[in-house]
Write a new protein. Structure first.
Length: 284
């Protein structure tokens, strides 16, 4: 079982003035057909925090360039803009001989900025997590393997794989990280939303194509997440993802995360690139 805070930790290395360099170890506990993309993005988010001081994460725009192996990666950060209100940080993750894995741009903003507060995306009506079945129960009943990733995140499925004629591209579920269920560090806390929003958009898309579930796969090629608030007081998170479109071998999805009390934490969009069969999912 992987711990999100420990598995996204960074060891700082010597760097040029104005830069930060880090080493991270990609843990097999976050295996979801290879290192989970949201997990990689959560590491990038924590690297950006080195420049942020007391600022809060505002957005993450991430490009997935290659699938890394489990093991060490190097992360380099550079401030592109800094003001009294906000900071923009470029993050680059590499493995081996400067093999690019990920490029990201992270915005952070100072807390307490003046402005109106409004939330126009209410949480969907849903039963609480206590009476909802664990997704692992469904997978076991279907005789399917449970990826390592599911040991780190308990998912309780409200609406998921349809298998019906309507093929609605939607997933709605409760999620709780294990063994630590919430985090006071706002950057680690934001990483929970990043992982969920990256990982659950493809299952939503696949609900529209249940007959192709065993042969079709679409790795993420990018991910954008906007952060709206802190969920550090909420163990359970409500996630809803939907498919937007499927055209020319690409698939688009979007999603949102709320606290158990209904506060919107994050919203996201993602483009995925289809592969012919799952065995070729590493060929982007």
């Amino acid at each position: 079982m992987g711990d999100l805070a420990e598995d996204t930790a960074l060891a700082e290395l010597p760097a040029e003035p104005g830069e930060h360099r880090f080493r991270a170890e990609l843990s097999r506990d976050w295996d979801l057909m290879g290192p989970n993309g949201g997990y990689l993005a959560a590491i990038a988010l924590r690297a950006a925090a080195a420049h942020a001081g007391q600022a809060l994460p505002v957005s993450l725009s991430c490009q997935f360039l290659a699938r890394p192996r489990f093991g060490p990666v190097h992360v380099r950060t550079e401030v592109l803009r800094a003001s009294r209100r906000a900071t923009a940080v470029r993050v680059r993750m590499e493995q081996g001989a400067d093999r690019p894995v990920l490029e990201a741009l992270v915005w952070a903003a100072q807390s307490g900025l003046a402005g109106p507060n409004a939330d126009w995306t209410p949480a969907p009506r849903a039963p609480g997590p206590d009476g909802v079945p664990d997704l692992r129960t469904h997978l076991a009943a279907e005789g399917r393997g449970v990826p390592a990733w599911h040991r780190n995140v308990t998912l309780r499925e409200i609406s998921g794989r349809t298998g019906g004629a309507d093929g609605e591209p939607r997933v709605r579920c409760w999620a709780r990280f294990e063994p630590r269920r919430r985090f006071d560090d706002c950057w680690v806390d934001a990483g929970r939303s990043v992982i969920l929003l990256d990982s659950l958009q493809w299952p939503a898309v696949m609900n529209a194509f249940p007959e192709r579930e065993t042969v079709l796969f679409a790795p993420s090629i990018d991910l954008y997440v906007a952060f709206h608030g802190s969920g550090s007081d909420s163990e359970w998170l409500l996630v809803e993802t939907t498919g937007t479109a499927a055209h020319r071998g690409t698939f688009h999805g979007r999603g949102s995360v709320w606290t158990r009390e209904g506060r919107l934490l994050a919203s996201a969009g993602q483009q995925m690139l289809g592969t012919a069969v799952r065995e070729r999912a590493d060929r982007l």
